[in-house]
Design a protein around this ligand. Structure first.
Ligand code: ATP
Ligand code: MG
Length: 745
């Protein structure tokens, strides 16, 4: 073809070029990490356009994340020199939503349907549980929703299920509930994420004309990360591909890491059967990593059974071995990583070239602490920074109220968390009273619990809560603050709230809470810790600057960084104990694929580390290096700093110095000490506005007054700001004077 001379084709090897130029019929590019699968897809898109095989509107390109879609758009528009907005390039959900808007009426929706978020979904499920009189303590809405979502992943609509499916979830009525839930969604002109694809599939199956229209439109389909598609995504694709049969999927069975979310690696293994006449192209040259990194990754993944097996090679000369180090504990691990990042930075590397990839979200905390101490800018991708996570903010709010009873923001945050039956109306009553009297909320509560302004049940609840706070406050300075923190989280019911929550995130939140208590241990007092946190939170998040990246291994799929740190390679942590407990050998193999994904993100340098002592979830344990460490081929690894080779006492002197010297890091360890009390605790930057108390009204016995809630009445007793009133309709009550106005005579 003419395009033979095209410069974009010159940037490909022969096999990649074959994949790009095999335009007709199904194509599967099955290849290991870094072999240019994504580059093939992008180039193929450009090629289709340059050779005028298709208009932009005739190509459907599916990526795994919005970020990946953005990157592909940027790359294509760079190669073509034209904007790509409005093209059919995005995630499964984004594309399916766009198609559904056009044909919504066919599934009983209007084109302006709402897409619900998780909170909305939970609320709906709760209502259904109530309607069916199913105890939501026993079957929390999140658990029920989880079951329904996994069914949706597998394209199982209610009509495909039998009444008994779902076991005893929701008292054996989960299928019924699912059906009701779908009916409700339709009535609300809404759908959830899973429905986007399922509605598409239903439309395509029931309306051949609509499907035919898609077939005419989409001449070419391109799909990245095919190994992580679930059944619903697969069915959707296959329906769309049936028309012109020009589908090109790229993937790597060794990088299938979303099995827990319904991904079916079988989809990639079955490609040739599903798409008869498919051309399967294998790419073997890795362009991303140097040879030791690649060999290390291949060595680890070779321990998995049931792989397709692939050859991977690189001609990148030499390169460095994977650096393996063992730290004394997590804190030292974070320090060594931080120091190494600074050294590399001084040697001229940008921070954006460096990433720390962790197995679980709670692990970012120690790195964040260290980076903040060093003043090293970082961003956490795929989630909030540690101290900004919901459960951490809740816990901190409890601590803040203990230390600072006037902290209204903190108090309001937790007054009904966990649920205590304190609703918005009550909170407004408290606010109104506090404002009127220029007192903090906690003070308002203390005064109001002795009156009839609040219902007896609420009074009892609030009295108990204030009692709790009083007791906790008394303990400050008497018992160790970490102990106090644990007591507060337990006695408040906060820990129990997450324990009762069976959602997948709940365990991560509990882990984060334990990590928070561990973090506290590094400070002398609760105040000192809160001070530290307020300083930490103060650091502006300027998203565009040069920053190191912290993220989970799952989030890092498809990405690459010149320097990658892989900490916490310890048994139980990685491979993750839960994954192994829940799915046995399959779980372990998915963990190993995650290790493979991790190592293969690195272009030039990879650091793998483990700590000899890990304080995980409140208690110290001697940690055993991950089996994945043992699986690294010896020849590709360079052992450095080994904490276990030294006694605790000399690790900072000889051990650490020897290591730092041998790596040109003769800098003193920065002191973590931060002056306590340098500045007051900042409460979300909120300035306290004290309103003036309105002019006192002196009430007298026998006076007629009007109360917002109880109506007219006569004062029978006055005690400072408290009044006892004989209400005409409501009987005798104690109320606060600020809720009362003199009755018009
Ligand atoms: P992953 O499995 O991690 O998603 P991948 O197979 O999609 O990896 P790409 O991200 O497309 O791989 O490519 C990896 C790196 O190699 C990128 O930096 C890409 O630009 C580069 N690359 C790919 N093919 C070539 C080539 N023929 N010549 C030079 N560089 C290439
Ligand atoms: Mg890729």
């Amino acid at each position: 073809t003419q395009a033979g001379a095209a410069p974009y084709l010159a940037q490909l090897n022969d096999m990649q070029r074959l994949a790009v130029e095999s335009l007709d019929g199904p194509v599967l590019v099955l290849a290991g990490a870094g072999t240019g699968k994504t580059r093939v897809l992008t180039t193929r898109l450009v090629h289709l356009l340059s050779t005028r095989r298709a208009h932009p509107s005739q190509i459907l390109s599916v990526t795994f994340t919005n970020k990946a879609a953005r990157e592909m758009k940027d790359r294509v528009s760079l190669l073509l020199g034209m904007p790509v907005e409005g093209w059919w390039l995005g995630t499964f959900h984004a594309l399916a939503a766009r198609l559904l808007r056009r044909h919504a009426e066919l599934v009983g929706l209007k084109s302006n349907f709402t897409i619900l978020d998780t909170d909305d979904q939970i609320r709906l499920i709760k209502q259904q549980l109530e309607a069916l009189r199913i105890d939501d303590k026993k079957w929390p809405a999140r658990v029920v929703l989880g079951v329904i979502e996994r069914w949706k992943d597998r394209a199982l609509t209610p009509d495909k299920l039998a009444a008994g499916d779902g076991g005893d979830v929701a008292g054996g009525r989960v299928v019924e509930l699912y059906r009701e839930y779908q009916a409700r969604l339709r009535a609300l002109n809404a759908c959830d994420f899973g429905d986007l694809l399922l509605h598409n599939i239903a439309i395509f199956q029931q309306h051949p004309d609509v499907l035919a229209e898609q077939h005419r439109r989409f001449k070419y389909l391109l799909v990245d990360e095919y190994q992580d598609t679930n059944v619903a995504q697969y069915l959707w694709l296959r329906l769309l591909a049936q028309g012109q049969n020009n589908v090109c999927c790229v993937g790597d069975d060794d990088q299938s890491i979303y099995g827990w979310r319904g991904a079916e690696v079988g989809n990639i293994l079955r490609f040739e059967t599903d798409f008869p006449g498919a051309k399967v192209i294998r790419l073997e040259q890795n362009y991303r990593s140097t040879s030791h990194i690649l060999a290390a990754a291949s060595g680890v993944i070779a321990h998995n059974q049931g792989r397709l097996g692939k050859t991977l090679w690189t001609d990148a000369p030499g390169g460095e071995k994977v650096r393996l180090f063992s730290a004394w504990d997590g804190e030292e691990e974070a320090r060594l990583v931080g120091d190494e990042i600074e050294t590399l930075q001084r040697a001229g590397r940008s921070l954006k070239d460096m990433a720390v990839l962790v197995r679980a979200g709670w692990q970012t905390r120690e790195f964040e602490e260290r980076f903040l101490q060093l003043g090293l800018p970082y961003r956490v991708i795929g989630g909030p920074r540690f101290y900004e996570r919901m459960e951490i903010r809740d816990a901190l709010a409890y601590f803040r109220v203990i230390v600072q009873p006037d902290d209204d923001l903190a108090f309001e945050r937790i007054i009904n968390t966990p649920k205590r039956g304190i609703g918005d109306a009550t909170i407004q009553t408290l606010h109104a009273y506090a404002r009127a009297n220029a007192i903090p909320l906690t003070e308002a509560v203390l005064r109001l619990v002795d009156t009839d302004e609040l219902k007896p049940k609420l009074r009892a609840t609030l009295r108990a809560l204030m009692g709790d706070f009083g007791r906790w406050r008394d303990q400050v300075g008497r018992i160790r603050h970490t102990e106090l923190a644990r007591i507060v989280l337990d006695e408040s019911g906060y820990t129990a709230m997450w324990q009762a929550d069976k959602s997948p995130e709940a365990e991560g939140r509990l882990d984060n809470l334990k990590e928070l208590v561990d973090a506290l241990d590094e400070f002398e007092t609760l105040e000192g810790f809160l001070e530290h946190v307020s300083l930490v939170m103060d650091v502006a998040d300027n998203a565009d600057g040069d920053m190191a990246t912290l993220m989970t291994l799952h989030g890092a799929k498809g990405l690459e960084f010149p320097v990658v740190f892989l900490p916490g390679w310890e048994e139980g942590l990685f491979p993750n104990q839960r994954a192994m407990d829940e799915s046995g050998i399959a779980g372990l193999e998915e963990e190993r694929r995650l290790a493979y994904v991790g190592i293969t993100r690195a272009r030039e340098r990879a650091y793998i580390s483990h700590a000899a002592n890990r304080r995980m979830f409140g208690s110290w344990a001697a940690a055993i290096p991950s089996r994945f460490v043992e699986e690294l081929p010896e020849a590709d690894v360079e052992r450095m700093h080994d904490a276990t080779a030294h006694t605790h006492q000399d690790r900072f002197s000889s051990g650490f110095d020897a290591w730092t010297h041998s790596h040109g890091l003769s800098r003193a360890v920065k002191s973590p000490a931060r002056g306590v009390g340098e500045r007051p605790v900042v409460l979300d930057g909120r300035a306290y506005v004290t309103e003036r108390k309105r002019p006192e009204v002196a009430y007298r016995n026998g006076e007629r007054v009007f109360h917002q809630k109880f109506g007219y009445g006569t004062i029978v007793w006055v005690d400072n700001d408290k009044l006892e009133i004989d209400f005409d309709a409501a009987g005798r009550k104690k109320v606060m004077d600020s809720f009362v106005v003199p009755a018009d005579k």
